[in-house]
Design a protein around this ligand. Structure first.
Ligand code: APR
Length: 262
């Protein structure tokens, strides 16, 4: 990655007053959490998404789908935030008005210190009742802690304590609408920001992929961090070709003279 591009990006970030950071699975890759579409390691390469990430799949085979999400939750619980997550938390301490929007369902942004990230696709840590979403739902005593289900194991989902309906993962499945409050807040932040940093997303799943384009149309500068080109390249003023854990700490250091490790 060119040093000049990083310097330009750091100057823009250091001067920005309202910043949005949008992240995808790539920001968690260096924490050992697999992405969805990277060749070979991508989660979908090893699983048929239709079999696992739709409401129909869950109702057809709740134990398989719940078991897969519990396996993912256990993997995330064993993972640690990486320097990329910590650099994003550092940006939020430097820029008063900084909104972090993530497509990820892990809790690594929170564990790195990011305040109130907007989860566009829900979270592995917010299970909910299939009958009444407002019912408080837990992981149940059988799988309370992130157990050790191995990949592909079947785990019966807990039942809602209020109405005994099945509890489901609190993630957005293919074909389901995004949480309205999250999407509205994300679009409002993108319209109002003067700089949007998009990190580790392939930019192919909508409406999340629209967020950087909304920011660009509203006059914001968009900067991308991704080792690969994506369909978002054309709306980006700067494309930093590198990984989150390498580029983001360098970007923070160049913008504010410190690393996120400090
Ligand atoms: N640092 C930065 N980016 C990386 C890294 C890394 N270390 N490793 C991979 N990437 C990039 C890849 O080049 C790719 O562009 O991260 C992106 C990961 O793309 P996807 O796996 O498609 O993840 P994402 O864009 O977040 O997927 C969006 O699709 O399946 C749904 O709901 C799921 O939220 C997910 C959505």
């Amino acid at each position: 990655m060119e040093a000049d591009l990083l310097r330009r990006a750091a100057r823009l970030l250091g001067d920005a007053r309202r910043v949005v950071v949008l992240t995808g699975a790539g920001v968690s890759a260096e924490s050992g959490v697999p992405t969805f579409r990277d060749a070979l390691t991508g989660l979908w390469a090893r699983f048929d998404a239709q079999r696992l990430a739709t409401a129909e799949a869950f109702h057809a085979d709740p134990d398989l789908v719940w078991g897969w999400y519990e396996w993912r939750r256990a993997r995330v619980a064993r993972a640690e935030p990486n320097p990329g997550h910590r650099a994003i938390a550092a940006i939020q301490t430097r820029v008063l008005d900084c909104t972090v929007i993530t497509q990820n369902v892990d809790d690594l942004h929170e564990r790195a210190g990011t305040r109130a990230p907007i989860h566009l696709h829900g979270s592995l840590f917010t299970p909910r009742c299939t009958a009444v979403p407002a019912h408080p739902a837990t992981f149940g005593d059988t799988s309370g802690g992130p157990g050790q289900p191995h990949e592909g194991s079947r785990v019966p989902p807990p039942r809602c304590a209020s109405c005994t309906a099945l509890v489901r993962p609190g993630v957005v499945w293919f074909g389901e609408p995004l949480p309205e409050t999250a999407l509205t807040a994300a679009v409002e932040a993108a319209v109002a920001c003067d700089l949007l940093l998009t990190v580790g997303t392939a930019g192919v799943v909508y409406p999340a992929a629209e967020i950087p384009q909304v920011a660009a149309r509203s006059g914001a500068t968009v900067i991308q961090v991704n080792p690969q080109p994506t369909p978002l390249d054309p709306v980006c003023a700067i494309n930093l070709r590198g990984t989150a854990a390498q580029v983001l700490p360098a970007l923070v250091a160049a913008a504010w003279g410190e690393t996120d490790e400090s």
